[in-house]
Each structure stands twice: as structure tokens, then as C-alpha cells.
Design a protein around this ligand. Structure first.
Ligand SMILES: [Zn+2]
Length: 202
């Protein structure tokens, strides 16, 4: 039997002091679904492993697959469970045209129910589902202050990242960035490639 607990807008404090803001969590006997929703419209391009994706090749935003992986790490830490007990689902509105290739669940809103229902292997019992949902709820630090802190931290990270790139320092590994010519034009790449795969389109 499928037992479900739905939780929305959860902010967790990580062991490293940072916060994770999670849109939706579905705790079920078949696993814990961690859902990141994006309301962007237009063409969405990017790479499963890249840091940033772009909307209509102009506006860039954090890769939601990576972002959601951070959410899973926060939940795994909290519930003391291995990461494979969690299922990452990134959901875009039907107004978006998502051009990203990945084996992960990167779906449209209309596919959410079907995606969740495709999991049929029991992983937890009813008591565990109750206990996990309760612990998540009790650990929720959602408040105006933590929301503000979360947004400020992201803004600060983005600013620091931009400063580093401007000074041609790799924001991932702190080595030097070099200008390269690629199929799609000039870009900055990490001098430590292939050990570090950071790139930034110019
Ligand atoms: Zn690097």
C-alpha cells in the first residue's frame, strides 16, 4: 500500500550552516520524492553537469538538477538515510521548451503523477513514513528571516562567482581560466581541464 505525506516549502539548516529551500517533498512507502519546480517559459538549454542553464539563451539560472541534488544531500543528512532512498524530480511548466538531455527526471507538470506512480518497490513502512515526515516538519526553519538569509546568500554567491570569473579565476577549483575557441564561440575554460570541467560562455 502506498502511504504518502506531502510537505511544501521546507527550509532546512545544513550541517555546514547553509540553508536548503525545498519546494515539495513527497514522503512515501516507495521512497522520498524531492521536487524542484521551475516556472520559466521559453527555450531552456543547458547541460546536466553544468553550473548554469539558460532561458532563451539570455537569462541564466542555477542548474536545477544540481540544485535539487543539494536538497537531497540536506535531507539525507537530516534523516540519516542513503541518497538512493531519494528520487529527484525537476518539474518545468508546460510553457517551457526544455532542451536538456538527461536520464534524470526532468519533466513537465503534467507528467508528475505518472512519474511518482512509476515507483512501486516498497522501501519504507508506514511508521517510517510518519516519522520521516514529522522530522522534516520539525526541522523546517522557514520564516521571513531564513528566507531573506537564503536569498542573500545566493546573491552573494553569484556576485563572488562573477568577480572570480572576471579575474579569470575558476570558481570551482581556484585555478586559472583560459580563453578558448569552441564550436559555439569563445569561452573561458579551466586550465585544469579535464580534472575540472568549469566553463563560462563569453
Ligand atoms: Zn577549475
Amino acid at each position: 500500500m502506498l502511504v504518502i505525506k506531502k510537505l511544501n516549502n521546507i527550509i532546512l539548516r545544513r550541517e555546514n550552516g547553509r540553508t536548503a529551500q525545498i519546494d515539495h517533498i513527497v514522503v512515501s512507502t516507495f521512497g522520498i520524492f524531492v521536487i524542484e519546480t521551475k516556472n520559466y517559459t521559453g527555450y531552456i538549454t543547458g547541460n546536466e553537469y553544468g553550473d548554469q542553464w539558460t532561458q532563451n539563451k539570455k537569462f541564466s539560472f542555477q542548474n536545477p538538477i544540481k540544485q535539487n541534488y543539494g536538497h537531497i544531500k540536506a535531507l539525507a543528512e537530516l534523516l540519516n538515510l542513503p541518497e538512493d532512498m531519494f528520487i529527484s524530480i525537476v518539474v518545468f511548466s508546460v510553457d517551457a521548451d526544455v532542451k536538456v538531455k538527461t536520464e534524470k527526471h526532468l519533466i513537465y507538470t503534467v507528467q508528475l503523477g505518472r512519474t511518482i506512480r512509476s515507483y512501486k518497490q516498497q522501501r519504507f513502512n508506514m511508521e517510517q513514513v510518519e516519522a520521516f515526515a514529522q522530522l522534516i516538519q520539525d526541522s523546517n526553519v522557514d520564516s521571513q528571516e531564513t528566507r531573506k538569509e537564503h536569498v542573500e546568500r545566493i546573491t552573494q554567491d553569484t556576485r563572488e562567482r562573477t568577480h572570480m570569473i572576471e579575474r579569470k579565476i575558476c570558481p570551482k577549483c581556484q585555478n586559472i581560466l583560459v580563453e578558448c575557441d569552441g564550436k559555439y564561440g569563445k569561452f573561458l575554460g579551466c586550465s585544469q581541464y579535464p580534472k575540472c570541467r568549469f566553463t563560462f560562455k563569453l
